[in-house]
Design a protein around this ligand. Structure first.
Ligand SMILES: Nc1ncnc2c1ncn2[C@@H]1O[C@H](COP(=O)(O)OP(=O)(O)OP(=O)(O)O)[C@@H](O)[C@H]1O
Ligand SMILES: [Mg+2]
Length: 378
């Protein structure tokens, strides 16, 4: 998929493309993931990949979500680069979706290309709750006949937002907090890395997980702090929603319900998941409470979308480390009237055959990092 963004104020995309080697760096809330790829004979080849838990950098257990100072993140990046042998020093970085706001604006069809940036910037002020000088904007013109994107997290006022008229064109706008961008610049600088570009994580994940799906697909990223829902049509984001619940919440519940340390709970979650632990019979129920909550929120988003656009979502793709929870797929199959698929982003790159099984299971965790690297090679 082509990178859909044109840069307005050039803070997000610095330089990209035209290179033979790329490294994607995903600083997640619980761990950093890196993937390095190289272009050989026109095809992307996997060079190396690695992950490092952030918890221990804040005196916490692995699996804990963190909000670390820059120096600690830098330490972790240096360590994961060293461990995985990444050589590239120009990184493509993801920015958490919570540092951004995603919405569409409708524009008159006769707008000139040269006026676009200014008009979008003016329109965007209506949507952004902070001064426009505090954000950087990227935009992308949606195909004319498409209905517009709707940010489900916002209450929208029909009079000035969603318009379906063919007289209008819709632009998907991503406003990213400048503070977040500066923070990531500092992280890169202190890690002795140059920045290829920054990209909001959901776009990297979409690139990594999608092939050529045309009908609407729901992508669910099961992260440690959040579950991120993206409804994607023709490879483009149409609706985004965050559920404030993730893998760490599940582990914390197991830990407190069974009175065991977090690290043990994390281990038990990964080993048994929803399939159940013969010794701790309540494990399935403890996990199930969270999964039921996540899926019921997801259902509301799905129903909302299907009603609004009169389209059915036939496919759900799972990504993020939490997608590896045993039995999740089975529960999902009984919850959604849709085909459930596990994302397999590494299928987009060549890799030694002996790695194929492990890469298939690692895929969900590394999707964002790989998606970043893929864009850099485009
Ligand atoms: N086999 C497994 N079974 C269950 N959960 C797992 C498994 N492997 C990883 N996880 C969970 O996945 C989560 C980490 O996923 P991921 O690396 O995608 O999160 P993150 O990117 O750090 O978080 P976020 O995207 O919310 O910032 C952790 O909660 C971890 O416990
Ligand atoms: Mg993540």
């Amino acid at each position: 998929m082509d990178n859909p963004f044109k840069t307005l104020f050039s803070k997000i995309s610095i330089f990209s493309g035209g290179t033979d080697s790329a490294v994607g760096i995903d600083i997640g809330s619980s761990s950093i993931k890196v993937v390095e790829i190289k272009k050989k004979n026109g095809k992307a080849m996997l060079e190396t990949y690695g992950a490092i838990a952030l918890g221990p950098y804040g005196a916490l257990d692995a699996g804990r979500t963190t909000n670390l100072p820059i120096e600690k993140i830098v330490e972790a990046i240096k360590e994961v680069f060293k461990q995985s042998g990444v050589e590239n020093t120009v990184g493509a970085f993801s920015i958490p979706v919570r540092s951004s706001l995603i919405f569409t604006v409708s524009l008159p069809i006769q707008i000139k290309e040269t006026e676009m940036a200014n008009i979008i910037s003016t329109e965007a002020r209506k949507y952004i709750p902070v001064p426009i000088t505090e954000v950087s904007l990227d935009y992308f013109i949606l195909p004319k006949k498409e209905d517009s994107f709707e940010d489900m997290n916002r209450e929208t006022d029909d009079s000035n937002t969603i318009q379906k008229s063919v007289e209008k064109i819709n632009a998907l706008v991503v406003a990213t907090q400048n503070d977040a961008i500066s923070k990531y610049h500092s992280i890169a600088r202190q890690s002795l890395l140059d920045v290829a570009f920054f990209e909001i994580e959901v776009f990297s994940s979409i690139r990594a997980n999608f092939e050529h799906e045309l009908s609407p697909v729901l992508l669910i990223d099961f992260g440690a702090s959040y579950t991120k829902l993206s409804i994607v049509e023709f490879g483009m984001l149409k609706t985004y929603h965050t559920i404030d619940r993730g893998g760490e919440d599940i582990t914390s519940s197991i830990s407190s319900s069974l009175s065991i340390p977090f690290s043990e709970a994390e281990k038990m979650k990964k080993e048994f998941g929803l399939f159940g632990n013969p010794v701790e019979k309540s494990l399935t129920d403890i996990i199930r409470i969270h999964i039921d909550y996540i899926f019921s929120e997801t259902n509301s988003v799905l129903i909302g979308y299907e009603k609004k656009y009169n389209r059915t979502i036939n496919k759900v793709i799972f990504t993020g480390g939490g997608a590896l929870l045993k039995g999740l797929r089975e529960v999902a199959a009984s919850n959604f009237q849709a085909e459930i698929e596990m994302g397999h982003p590494f299928s987009k790159v060549n890799a030694p055959a002996f790695l194929s099984k492990v890469l298939e299971t690692m895929g969900p965790e590394f999707a964002v990092a790989l998606g970043l690297a893929l864009r850099r090679l485009e």
